[in-house]
Ligand binder design. Structure first.
Ligand code: 13P
Ligand code: SF4
Length: 316
């Protein structure tokens, strides 16, 4: 069977829109109607007129779409594709932390479960975090969760002193400073692109810090010909497509921090195993069977939609 043709046929027949994050496999990105960063995926979901949304990404992305589109069927190719950052912030513990700090405005990164968003005042992504934090008066006491690296970066560039939850993404936390420096020595003219989920010492090496979409835009527009890319390596697919004459080198992880079933890994790039759970086969089955469907408890959804809509409003 021609999987790709079948996927497109089913999408047309069912009036389904296929959305994909830049971190999923290139062949899944290529078949999608729309690819984007977390913010763009939420914005696109909010305005689609499709009957079915297939979100090729991790579970919180499907949840965000389901919360924004309660009248549509939202599918994910693999419901077990979670996110270590979202998991690093259990909703009950976060709610307790919020309760212990009355008077604080609660800002949560979009990489959270719906239940965590439900105890949040405004959601942000890496595209709009600075803009949204700065929309509050300077003396506003703010809790920022769950990514301590993104929160620390925003504190550093805005001079704020937000209280940070100590969560992190296991993929972005393990880039190796030494290996990036070694690549810089090998390619002295290369520019270093860094996602703000990376740790401070890696962010310090950056020529450009930004969301996946911002890094992509910079890589296309900048005059440099070689880029060392410190984010999940799936983004290289679109970078290479949009700028085929340029060279993109995935920044390597610290091998000691990459656990595999066989032991330590010596891979040259840094992959999110959750994003890579989304395959063409699973996408095909999900469209064919119209499952797994993403559902959100209506009480939680009613609370979580407010900070998501507030983010969309503040990002216009
Ligand atoms: P952005 O797409 O917002 O840059 O986020 C990266 C990420 O880790 C998504 O899980
Ligand atoms: Fe979550 Fe990190 Fe994977 Fe993004 S790369 S989905 S933050 S685990």
């Amino acid at each position: 069977m021609d999987l790709k043709a079948e996927i497109r046929r089913l999408a047309k027949e069912k009036n389904a829109v296929i959305m994909a994050h830049y971190y999923v496999d290139g062949e899944v990105q290529d078949i999608a109607d729309f690819i984007g960063d977390s913010l763009a995926l939420a914005q696109q979901a909010a305005k689609t007129d499709a009957d079915i949304i297939v979100l090729c990404g991790v579970h919180f992305m499907g949840e965000t779409a389901a919360i924004l589109c309660p009248d549509k069927k939202v599918l994910v190719p693999d419901a077990a594709a979670t996110c270590s950052l979202a998991e690093s912030c259990p909703a009950d513990e976060f709610a307790q932390f919020v309760k212990e700090h009355p008077g604080y405005t609660v800002i949560s990164y979009v990489n959270t479960t719906a239940a965590t968003k439900a105890v949040t005042d405004v959601v942000v992504t890496s595209s709009n975090a600075r803009q949204i934090v700065e929309s509050f008066p300077e003396d506003t006491p703010i809790i920022f969760g769950p990514d301590q690296n993104l929160g620390g970066y925003i504190n550093a560039i805005t001079g704020r002193q937000m209280l940070l939850w100590n969560g992190a993404c296991h993929v972005h936390a393990r880039f190796s400073v030494e290996k990036i420096l070694a690549l810089k020595a090998e390619y002295p003219d290369a520019k270093v692109l860094v996602h703000p989920e990376c740790k401070g010492p890696v962010v310090k090496l950056a020529d450009k810090v930004g969301s996946t979409a911002a890094l992509l835009k910079y890589a296309i527009a900048d005059e440099a010909q070689v880029f060392i890319v410190a984010t999940e390596s799936g983004i290289l697919h679109e970078m290479q497509k949009k700028a085929p004459q340029k060279t993109f080198i995935p920044a390597p992880p610290d091998e000691a921090m990459v656990e595999t079933p066989e032991g330590k890994s010596s891979c040259a790039c840094n992959e999110c195993e959750y994003m890579k759970m989304v395959t063409l086969e699973k996408l095909y089955r999900c469209l064919r069977d119209e499952q797994p469907v993403v559902t959100v408890d209506p009480e939680i959804a009613a609370k979580a939609i407010k900070p998501i809509e507030r983010m969309l409003e503040l990002s216009k």
